[in-house]
Design a protein around this ligand. Structure first.
Ligand SMILES: Cc1cc2nc3c(=O)[nH]c(=O)nc-3n(C[C@H](O)[C@H](O)[C@H](O)COP(=O)(O)O)c2cc1C
Length: 192
């Protein structure tokens, strides 16, 4: 079955909510969604110790095999001073071997994010995640302007990928944009 990795970092649950919505879109389209996270930052990034397999919310930690095995990828992060969170960047910096072998080339990918302020870097954090995916040779996709969520006048949502502006729950259009990114990734990952 076509498998899409939904890899994210989330401290307070907002990015995790978007990840779950993307997974719903992937599964609605008949593919398998594999939700994975990364451990919280340590100054010198280390693989989780042998007995640590999941975070406090029960999301399993990603391995590089998850990247190798997936047919497509959704990558998500909170805005941290307008760029991706260090734990996610730390994990990506362990993937030089995949870059050298070219194993990620031509796999479809999309990005998603959450931020606490309207001008706190929605597009900037997404672009910070797109750059390493392009270096890996992935085929990146965002949210086309046919998506009605882009016309919303409050909350998140960008052509670079779905975003959430901190609130108790995802706004309807934010959730729908995330679901549609999942569906879109599923559609293109099937051509693997
Ligand atoms: C160190 C730090 C830096 C942050 N920088 C920004 C920022 O630049 N812009 C912004 O809007 N929010 C910023 N935030 C807030 C988070 O991006 C925001 O609360 C996000 O929704 C959290 O996602 P999560 O619930 O998945 O952890 C920052 C938070 C932290 C802890």
């Amino acid at each position: 079955m076509t498998q899409i990795l939904v890899l994210f970092y989330s401290r307070t649950g907002h990015v995790a909510s978007l990840a779950e919505a993307i997974a719903t879109g992937i599964e609605n389209a008949g593919c398998e969604a594999k939700l994975r996270t990364v451990p919280a930052f340590s100054p010198c990034y280390a693989e989780p110790s042998g007995d640590q397999f999941e975070n406090e919310d029960g999301y399993l930690f990603a391995t590089k095999d998850d990247l190798r095995d997936c047919h497509g990828l959704a990558l998500g992060s909170p805005s941290r001073f307008g760029t991706m969170a260090a734990p996610l960047k730390g994990f990506l910096e362990t993937t030089s071997d995949l870059w050298l072998s070219g194993e990620m080339i031509d796999k479809p990918a999309g990005v998603f994010a959450s931020a606490s302020s309207l001008h706190g870097g929605h597009e900037a954090v997404l672009q910070s995640m797109l750059t390493p995916l392009l270096h890996h040779g992935m085929v990146v996709m965002g949210c086309p302007y046919s998506d009605p969520g882009l016309a919303a006048i409050e909350g998140g949502g960008t052509p670079y990928g779905p975003t959430h502006l901190d609130a108790n729950a995802l706004r309807q259009h934010e959730r729908e944009m995330a679901v549609r990114l999942g569906q879109r990734l599923a559609k293109w990952s099937r051509y693997d």
